[in-house]
Structures are given as C-alpha cells and as structure tokens.
Design a protein around this ligand. Structure first.
Ligand code: ZN
Length: 412
C-alpha cells in the first residue's frame, strides 16, 4: 500500500519508526573533522553500516526553505516557502513567511497523521514550529510538536505535550547556544523511548556553525554532543536519515573582515535614475550571527525594461557567480515565480551579498562572518543507517528525499 504525498509515493506502513534529523548548517567538513578527532564513534558506526552520500539542498540554501522541503519532499516551487519573507512590489510590503497560510503543500506529517500515524516534531527555534506542525491535531494524543526555544510555553492543546522542562529535567536554553540544539536531541531520545512515534523529525539550529569553522574546539564539542544522542537513538530499531538544511562557508577576507557585495548600492551607481530593490531572504529577527548577509539575493526592478541591462551589469561583478532572470532561475532552481524577484543572484564561495552598506549592522558580528544561501552551501551530508539501498543507481539525491528513503527503508 502506498500513500501519495506531493506527487511522491511513500509506503503507508512501517516496520519501525522513521526518524529524520536536520543538522542545521552542517557542512560535511564539520562531521569529517569531528570524526578525525575521534569524537563521533556512534556516527562513524552508523556510516560504516549504512551509507554516507553527498546530497544537494534546495536553493536558496537557507533554513526555512530547506526544512520545509525536507518535510514536504519537494522544493519551494511546490511548497512556496523560498525564504524568510517575500516582497510584494505593488504594495512595497515585505511579508514574513513563517505562517502556515503561505504553505502550499501538506507536510508528510499531516498526511501520515490523517492515516492514523503517531508524529513527533521537535525544532530548536520556534520560528519553524507552526510551519512544521501545520495540519496536525493535538487532541488525539497522536502528535507532538514543540520548540526548545519555547519549551516552557508548550501546552497539550497546541503542542501535544506540556511541562516539557520538568519532563526532560532541563531548563529552557538560551536562544543563542549549543544547548538549544542539544535540547532537541535529548527530547528526541526520550520521546522515541516513551512515546514511540511512527515518524519523528528533529531540527537543530546553526548558531555554532555560524560562529565556528569545522574542526574548531567548540564545533567539535557540538558534534561530540550530537554523537552521544545519535548513539542512543540508533540503539533502537529505527530507520534513520541524518541530513542538513544547508552547508556553511566563511565569507571573509584574509584579515577576517566580511566579504560582501552591496548590490543595491551597485545598481544605484549604474542606474542613478532608477529604482531597484534588493531582497535578502535570509533576513529574520535572529540576525545576530550573520548580519543579514547570505549568498543569495533577489532583485525587484521598478522599470521592467531594465532587467536585462541590470543582469549584464551584474555579470561584470566577479564575485557574483550566478545571475538569472526570474523565469530562468525558477526553472533551474525550482523556485515559485510569484514569490521571486525579477533577478536572482548568488555569490561566490567566500562572498556574501548585501543590499546597501548602510542597512547592514555588522557591529554585532563578534566572530568572522560565516554564512550560506548560494550554490557553495548546497552540498549537504545524507546519512542512512541502512545499506539496503543501492546508492549507485539513485542519481542526484536531495536533502528533501530524506523521508522518502527513510520511509522506504522502514518498510523493507
Ligand atoms: Zn540553517
């Protein structure tokens, strides 16, 4: 028996729990370096017995679009969430997309829930919670969905669980801390043991990865922490996929200063009489660790006739590697046309894109800028705890194939 969700077929029943973990910002090198330092024996064992594949993320390689891709099994052309917000040129309005009304597809959780499955979803930051939990009902004792950030506010009515901090014997962590992610993992282990979900999704946050490079003592500590919990999860008979929403690269020059191209300033200089608006979909209320600088930008042109001229000018910027008009960009990168700018740009590995210099407050950046959003951060680990899959025949795997393969492995 199959269950079709967003044009993909999933087995409708599993022989074991399906567990997917999204390790936010986990560029492959973080895992490699921690493993080289012998800090991840459990993960090494999982990889030895299973598979380690390099997958692609959805573009833009940002957190929300990719988390939603993973939980719908499709890129943002299908589910609609292509950044933290979208811009409406006619009204000048910038609309946050963390409300489920902007979601155009059901989640895998919702569809399985409707079939009677038991679902558990835990996210580090609360901004994802309402999107991830959309369509779940919490009055039948078959769904749990909460964030570590607001774990103290969870109620049976809205989250399917209450008094989380007492239950886990862990206080609410600081929002900018390793503990915010650790809370997710710790709760995941306890929920798997006590609640026995059919499907569980754990999504951490990339605070550590924004600050520290692979192999840094603090980054290694993070993966050592993760390894402890992944070992506990994998003691149970589960079908597990560990992937990431995006990678993470340093966007700095040799002195550690941010490397950024301010595209709105650039276009003002080239077209002094005309208005272009540069939208950076990474912008959100939590900007402390990236100063709203990522490697992906959308540009809206007030005068549509200038689009190709502007593209030609931007092509001269060496550190912009990809510049496409809306139609091309949406076709190649599976973006929703009605939420995309007239021009889509992505920068090189060591550069970020800003709008105007004056709009970015970089004073809160205490460590050298590390960020994501473009093509150089789309390569992500994809680890399966089963070797029952002939990976040589699969072609390009995406992080949003995680539930597909985890579900099929759980059905073998
Ligand atoms: Zn992320």
């Amino acid at each position: 028996m199959n269950l079709e969700i967003n044009q993909r077929n999933y087995p409708s029943k599993f022989n074991k729990p399906v567990v997917v973990i999204c390790l936010d910002g986990s560029q492959k090198e973080y895992l490699d370096m921690a493993s080289e330092s012998k800090l991840t024996p459990n993960l090494d064992k999982i990889i030895n017995e299973g598979e380690f594949i390099l997958a692609h993320s959805a573009i833009p390689s940002f957190t929300n679009p990719n988390n939603i891709s993973i939980v719908t099994g499709q890129p943002s052309a299908v589910h609609g969430i292509c950044g933290n917000f979208f811009y409406t040129p006619s009204t000048g309005e910038e609309v946050m997309m963390n409300d489920p009304q902007y979601l155009r597809s059901p989640t895998i959780f919702q569809k399985f829930y409707e079939q009677g499955a038991k679902i558990a979803v835990i996210t580090a930051k609360d901004k994802l919670r309402s999107l991830l939990g959309n369509g779940l009902k919490f009055d039948e004792n078959r769904a749990i969905c909460f964030s570590s950030e607001k774990s103290d506010q969870a109620t049976l009515e809205l989250n399917g669980i209450e008094k989380v901090n007492d239950w886990l014997q862990t206080p609410v962590p600081e929002v900018y801390s390793q503990e915010l992610s650790e809370f997710v993992m710790k709760a995941g282990v306890k929920i798997l043991n006590e609640y026995q979900p059919d499907i569980m999704y754990l999504s951490t946050t990339d605070f550590i990865q924004h600050k520290y490079e692979p192999g840094h003592e603090i980054a290694n500590k993070f993966y050592s922490m993760f390894d402890h919990y992944i070992g506990l999860l994998n003691e149970k008979d589960i079908s597990l996929v560990v992937t990431a929403d995006h990678g993470m690269k340093a966007k700095t020059n040799s002195s550690g200063e941010p490397n950024a191209i301010f595209l709105e300033d650039f276009l003002k200089e080239k077209f002094p009489q005309d208005n272009f608006k540069v939208i950076l979909p990474i912008t959100d209320p939590y900007v402390v660790h990236h100063g709203s600088l990522g490697s992906f930008a959308m540009i809206y042109a007030e005068n549509q006739e200038l689009i190709s001229k502007a593209i030609e000018e931007i092509k001269n910027i060496h550190e912009i590697e990809e510049v496409l008009n809306k139609q091309e960009a949406c076709k190649i990168y599976h973006l929703p046309e009605d939420r995309s700018g007239d021009i889509v740009c992505m920068s090189s590995e060591s550069f970020a894109i800003g709008s105007t210099k004056s709009k970015h407050d970089l004073s809160s950046l205490k460590e050298p800028l590390r960020s994501h959003g473009g093509l150089h951060e789309r390569e992500v680990p994809f680890i399966i705890n089963s070797s029952n899959l002939d990976v040589t025949t699969l072609g390009q795997i995406y992080n949003y194939d995680a539930f597909y393969y985890a579900a099929h492995m759980a059905n073998k």
